[in-house]
Design a protein around this ligand. Structure first.
Ligand SMILES: *[C@@H]1O[C@H](CO)[C@@H](O)[C@H](O)[C@H]1NC(C)=O
Ligand SMILES: *[C@@H]1O[C@H](CO)[C@@H](O)[C@H](O)[C@H]1NC(C)=O
Ligand SMILES: *[C@@H]1O[C@H](CO)[C@@H](O)[C@H](O)[C@H]1NC(C)=O
Ligand SMILES: *[C@@H]1O[C@H](CO)[C@@H](O)[C@H](O)[C@H]1NC(C)=O
Ligand SMILES: *[C@@H]1O[C@H](CO)[C@@H](O)[C@H](O)[C@H]1NC(C)=O
Ligand SMILES: *[C@@H]1O[C@H](CO)[C@@H](O)[C@H](O)[C@H]1NC(C)=O
Ligand SMILES: *[C@@H]1O[C@H](CO)[C@@H](O)[C@H](O)[C@H]1NC(C)=O
Ligand SMILES: *[C@@H]1O[C@H](CO)[C@@H](O)[C@H](O)[C@H]1NC(C)=O
Length: 325
């Protein structure tokens, strides 16, 4: 059990041996412990020259960096994590990260005013596990994800993306968590997520989605969209789905067998929709209530003549209720 820890420490010490680390700390940065360098919020306009090549973790967030060239990180071949969030990186040369194939833990490029990403920008980062591109200005999903075969977590939250194409994400074979919240997505091409066999969490909240073609998930966020109808086969193959978020859409009814083939489903969130509490919804509610799913936010009383059986207040049911905000 202790083996891996000792190994890591030894490696880090060896990596630093050949250098005079105390001499390599740029004056405006903090370099303790040696392999971790904090140059965050120090007014930098370019990368300081003295950064030790043994650096493993580098925080450059909230500076005034503008252009990253092929040379910027060329000597930092040991980097595992790199924070560049909060810079104004309107131009990123395709070779910027070519020497950093050990980037593993995280590359943070959020809040960087990025409009476009070159298709080869990430092509030498096969070990990268987390990539944060949130809060930029991208209008489409970049083609740059081809070689990110280890990526487990990707955020594109808060961009201006309008469509998810069939092949946009197809190479992300390890992806577990995909955050597409707060974009302008209204088109999702058929099969856009079907190659993401590991995907467990997809956040599509706060978009303009009106139509659905989906996949294999535990947690599906479709809240805050404009969905006005769902076909009874929409979630057909979601065998692992536990949580379904449909709050704040434009739904007035749901087909009674919508949730029929979802063996793992536990919670369904339905608040803030213009529900019509008619016979159709009564059938949906009856079917659902006999299969022990917790429903939240379906505020129908189902008064006579339909309420022939037990409780007609779905949102009052069961101890497993979760309140969704
Ligand atoms: C390392 O740098 C410090 C501070 O600049 C200096 O005092 C020391 O002599 C250097 N050590 C070596 C081995 O170069
Ligand atoms: C990097 O710097 C920012 C401040 O600019 C800070 O909020 C963040 O926690 C730092 N990240 C790490 C991992 O130290
Ligand atoms: C840089 O980030 C670290 C870690 O979050 C934080 O402790 C430090 O205060 C930050 N430095 C500045 C100048 O913001
Ligand atoms: C990279 O290292 C080489 C050799 O040590 C040095 O000449 C060069 O200036 C360094 N480049 C940068 C961008 O720091
Ligand atoms: C970011 O850079 C662009 C040009 O590269 C410039 O027009 C813009 O004003 C900059 N934004 C900030 C907040 O510095
Ligand atoms: C990136 O992936 C493509 C095909 O998916 C491959 O041909 C190329 O060699 C890869 N590039 C690197 C640097 O691994
Ligand atoms: C909501 O759905 C109704 C039909 O059920 C439609 O007439 C209306 O335009 C929809 N509203 C929006 C904002 O999509
Ligand atoms: C319908 O439900 C309401 C409230 O639970 C109850 O007061 C009423 O008697 C029920 N009507 C019939 C026909 O069961």
């Amino acid at each position: 059990m202790f083996f891996p820890v000792i190994f890591l420490l030894t490696c880090a010490a060896e990596a630093g041996l050949s250098l005079n680390i105390s001499a390599s700390c740029p004056s405006m940065c903090q370099c303790a412990p040696e392999e971790t360098i904090h140059c965050n919020r120090t007014g930098l306009r370019a990368l300081p020259g003295e950064i030790a090549t043994s650096t493993i973790s580098l925080n450059l967030s909230n500076n005034h960096l503008r252009v990253l060239s092929t040379n910027t990180f060329r000597n930092l071949t040991f980097l595992h994590s790199l924070w560049l969030d909060g810079n104004n990186l309107t131009f990123l040369s395709p070779g910027t990260f070519h020497a950093n194939s050990r980037l593993t833990y995280l590359l943070d490029l959020s809040h960087c005013n990025i409009f476009e990403i070159h298709p080869l920008l990430f092509s030498h980062l096969p070990s990268l596990e987390r990539l944060d591109l949130a809060s930029n200005n991208m209008r489409y999903v970049p083609q740059a994800f081809r070689n990110l075969s280890s990526l487990t977590k990707l955020s594109l939250e808060g961009n201006h993306i309008e469509a998810i194409g069939r092949d946009s994400l197809k190479d992300l074979e390890s992806l577990y968590e995909l955050n597409l919240r707060k974009n302008r997505i209204w088109i999702i091409q058929n099969g856009a997520f079907t190659k993401l066999l590991r995907l467990g969490m997809l956040n599509l909240g706060h978009n303009f989605i009106a139509d659905l073609r989906l996949l294999n998930l535990r947690n599906l966020y479709l809240n805050n969209n404009q969905i006005s109808s769902i076909s009874d086969s929409a979630f057909l193959y979601l065998n692992k789905l536990h949580f379904l978020h449909l709050s704040k859409n434009n739904l007035s009814s749901l087909p009674s067998r919508l949730l029929a083939e979802l063996p793992k489903l536990k919670y369904v969130f339905l608040s803030h929709n213009p529900w019509q509490c008619d016979c159709r919804m009564l059938r949906f509610w009856r079917w659902t209530s006999t299969h022990s799913r917790a429903i939240q936010g379906l505020h129908c009383a189902f008064l006579s003549p339909h309420n022939t059986t037990a409780s007609m207040m779905p949102y009052m049911r069961g101890p497993r209720m979760v309140v969704f905000s």
